[in-house]
Design a protein around this ligand. Structure first.
Ligand code: ADP
Ligand code: ZN
Length: 535
């Protein structure tokens, strides 16, 4: 038996100094800690790296009783408990990884009033047995605060919904008088509202920090050959740096990790299909060694506290701006210059629209997914400051051009794409009317450029009146036109599961000349750009 650690006491500021060793509170921390310590409920929106943990850890220590922290990630729980113990706080966790013996030890400590902070997985807290035990704690030493971390997980609008979170709505009824706070690093206005009502925090004070991450440089480039572009980006700007590369599929994760490794980069794969030991080992290496590049699906990263991640690269289009913000937010938690780099192309748009059409769920669900994708596409195709558009998405409207994103550093040229758009749309119309046919982007481009292939011959496409009328643009340029027409919804992906392209409600206005089409010029040298004018 270890000797019992004495309870930490003191005012919040004393605890900040003596336990955590920090000089002063940062940003909204002081206000949040004061409010919660004196018994108020709070909703905290603070970007990654902003210092959310102290917002509940200090009230939990400053108030009598045990603080309960709901956290969705077991790995994170473990790290936080270790870190708290290292500074002398009595922290424990309850989750599915524990054996019965370990669980009874934690329960005994709880009953003896020897736990300052208890981390618990949401599915544990959903269990009546866990709740009854906490009733016991409430009666004896008391519950000091209830903190719900990653609170956006309760929102169905969000990108990371977890059904277990829905059971957290009644905690205020179960333990009345205990201050509750919900924290998240990602919340649009819709998510913010939804989490407030679902967690019954209508009476809470809201603390909304700026979501700006000034040290992150945002760049979004058109995709030609994503692996080669990625390699050139890493080699020219981040040789030897730690970074995260996000890909959508497990296969792509593995192939990309292998490709980078062959090119001499210390890259490791991470996705839910890997053996759990391999996954844990890769994660450990990423955290402990220098210069590891983790190639991962979005299963990786929530709660990973590695301060010196110098870049986050996406080789596939994220499904929403919230997801993009959260994933890129894992770069540069130490405040030093870092890059968020994304390559996306026509296929990303087609594929994601198809996935939405094919997804389970009702119409409302599909509409949500579509709205999320549209916002992401708008961010990709914007000709104004990416950062101010990102911040506006999170409700911070009117920010000035930042000077530290690709569109600020090099103003994208636009061009009048009305005529090419008309040529393309009328090809779609002809195929539909004259042949009752639909095709994907590749075939349309071949027709426009008058490129003979076995498939164009088979369908006698050279007889179409639009055959070859677009030979003034390269195949690459046409892909850019198509991608942007899809992004602007001037063209649609049919819901036939094949990714064929059809007219949208907006197409007719373009065809009749009633609507101009402004397109951005895709940069030729898309992969790298000098870091001039950085923060
Ligand atoms: P978040 O959960 O919001 O991403 P953390 O709570 O993990 O952020 O804090 C991010 C980093 O900032 C941590 O390394 C933490 O120790 C540090 N930190 C938090 N608050 C302060 C403070 N008041 N003074 C100095 N460092 C702080
Ligand atoms: Zn900018």
């Amino acid at each position: 038996q270890e000797p019992a650690t004495p309870r930490i006491t003191g005012t919040p500021l004393e605890i900040l100094h003596s336990v955590f060793g920090y000089e002063s509170f940062r940003g909204e921390q002081a206000g949040i800690v004061e409010h919660v310590t004196s018994g108020g409920n709070a909703v905290v929106l603070m970007p990654t790296g902003g210092g959310k943990s102290l917002c509940y850890q200090i009230p939990a220590l400053a108030r009598p009783g045990t603080g309960i922290v709901v956290s969705p990630l077991i790995a994170l729980m473990h790290d936080q408990v270790e870190a708290l113990r290292a500074v002398g706080a009595r922290a424990e966790f309850l989750n599915s990884t524990q054996g019965a013996d370990e669980r009874s030890r934690v329960e005994a400590a709880l009953m003896a009033g020897q736990v300052d902070l208890l981390y618990v997985a949401p599915e544990r807290l959903a269990l009546e047995s866990t709740r009854r035990m906490l009733d016991g704690v409430a009666k004896r030493g008391g519950i000091s605060v209830i903190a719900i971390d990653e609170a956006h997980c309760v929102a169905q609008w969000g990108h990371d919904f977890r059904p277990d979170y829905l059971t957290l709505g009644d905690l205020g009824e179960r333990w009345p008088g205990v201050p509750r706070l919900a924290l998240t690093a990602t919340a649009t206005e819709a998510t913010h509202k939804e989490l407030t009502t679902r967690l019954r925090l209508e009476d809470a004070t809201h603390f909304v920090s700026s979501f700006d991450r000034p040290n992150i440089q945002y760049r979004i480039v058109p995709k030609n050959d994503s692996r080669a572009q990625l390699l050139s980006f890493i080699k020219s700007e981040h040789a030897g740096d730690a970074g995260i590369v996000y890909a959508l599929s497990r296969a792509s994760v593995e192939q990309t990790a292998e490709y980078l490794a062959k090119q001499g980069i210390s890259a490791l794969p991470y996705h839910a299909g890997l053996d759990s030991r391999v996954r844990a080992a890769n994660q450990r290496r990423f955290l402990r060694e220098d210069g590891i590049v983790m190639v991962a699906t979005i299963a990786f990263g929530m709660g990973i506290d590695k301060p010196d991640v110098r870049f986050v690269a996406h080789i596939d289009l994220p499904k929403s701006v919230e997801g993009y913000y959260q994933e890129t937010g894992r770069a540069g938690r130490d405040g030093l210059p870092s890059d968020a780099w994304l390559a996306y192309g026509l296929n990303d748009v087609v594929q994601q629209r198809r996935m939405i059409d094919g997804s389970e769920g009702d119409l409302a669900h599909k509409r949500r997914l579509t709205a999320n994708l549209d916002a992401m596409l708008a961010l990709c195709e914007t000709v104004t400051c990416r950062r101010s558009q990102l911040l506006a998405y999170f409700g911070q409207v009117g920010a000035e051009a930042c000077g530290n994103c690709d569109t600020c550093l090099e103003k994208p040229d636009t061009w009048d794409g009305t005529v090419p758009a008309q040529k393309l749309l009328s090809t779609v119309v002809r195929l539909q009317r004259e042949r009752n046919q639909r095709f994907g982007g590749g075939q349309l481009i071949d027709i426009l450029r008058g490129k003979e292939t076995p498939r164009t011959k088979q369908h006698r496409h050279e007889e179409l009146s639009t055959w070859g009328i677009g030979s003034d643009l390269s195949e690459q340029q046409w892909r850019g036109v198509l991608r942007q027409l899809l992004a602007q919804k001037l063209l649609n992906v049919a819901d036939d599961g094949y990714g064929t392209l059809v007219l949208s409600e907006l197409s007719t206005a373009v065809l009749s000349g009633g609507r101009k089409v402004e397109l951005r010029k895709d940069a030729e040298r898309a992969a790298s750009r000098s870091r001039s004018g950085g923060s």
